[in-house]
Ligand binder design. Structure first.
Ligand SMILES: [Zn+2]
Length: 146
């Protein structure tokens, strides 16, 4: 007997790529280092298109709180802005996997996590389900983020 399982459409759709401007990547790295050993959190500004999500700006959230295992901000204090497409936060530990808390407090379309020692290789991007996006850091002269 054969069982046919319905294929998951989600898996077949090509995944969006997350494109991070060099300046934003550097901003996230610097911010994470500044808050170490606490977590730091930033709001990401950018655009979502068919094939990719472009991140080209950072906003320090108002009234954010920071701790060794927690960082956050009251979403209701944010001005309504359609260019806010997600958050970036740091993990002072050795993993950039989203925690359950991170997924429960998901904001926007993309969540970037950077872990210690905070460089290009420890930055990752996740969707609402905790699945990784392909993340590319664009060279500073890339037109898409100028
Ligand atoms: Zn986290």
């Amino acid at each position: 007997m054969l069982f046919f399982r319905k294929k998951n459409d989600d898996k077949q759709r090509p995944r969006k790529e997350v494109l991070l401007s060099r300046k934003s990547a550097d901003g996230i790295i610097t911010y994470a280092k500044t808050w170490h050993p606490y977590e730091g959190i930033l709001i990401l500004k950018g655009k979502s298109r068919k094939a990719d999500i472009t991140i080209d700006g950072l906003v320090v959230p108002p009234f954010s709180s920071h701790g060794p295992y927690y960082s956050g901000f009251p979403v209701y204090d944010l001005p309504f802005d359609l260019s806010y497409i997600g958050t970036a936060h740091s993990h002072p530990g050795s993993s950039n996997n989203p925690s359950l808390e991170d997924l429960n407090n998901y904001f926007g379309l993309v969540s970037i996590i950077i872990n210690y020692p905070y460089d290009d290789t420890t930055i990752a991007a996740f969707d609402r389900n905790g699945e990784r996006f392909t993340l590319r850091i664009l060279p500073s002269d890339d037109k898409r983020t100028s």
